[in-house]
Design a protein around this ligand. Sequence first.
Ligand SMILES: [Cu+2]
Length: 175
Amino acid sequence: MLLKTKTATLLLTLCAPLALGACGSDAPEPVETEAVDVPVAADAPEGVSLTGAEVRMPAVSGRPGVAYFTIASETPRTIASVSVLGAERSEIHETNMVDGKMTMAVVDTIDLQPGEPLNFQPGGYHVMLFDMDATIAPGSTADVTISFADGDKASIQAPVTGAGGMDHSAMEGMD
Ligand SMILES: [Cu+2]
């Protein structure tokens, strides 16, 4: 997942000077640019944190894309829907293992509890994006909006990445 990768990179960057034993004043300052790359919601209700968003292209053109992110709330909230600008329709799905097979089910709403961040990620909750237009392309960003049952919304700019990950192949049979 994107967020984990970025965190690992940041730790490596911070640890490098120590590992080299270069603690003198000549040691280069650790650069934290990787951490800045983690997308953070510019627009979210108070107490809501929305981070690490990613929109992934389908392996086969015309198939649904998928959106991932991490969301947390300091108060109980219900996620009612997730939409992405440039995708005509979206559905929240949950991946489950049933009898050793990976299956997906549409989820209408998700309850968010304080202290329990939800990771939308391959193999778990994810948002399927149908009928994406050309504005969603690798290297660009897509506007992801989470709508809560009380009408509040949180938005984040998600980097669009190329196809990849297991969860896509699992989706090919689904429509
Ligand atoms: Cu799905």
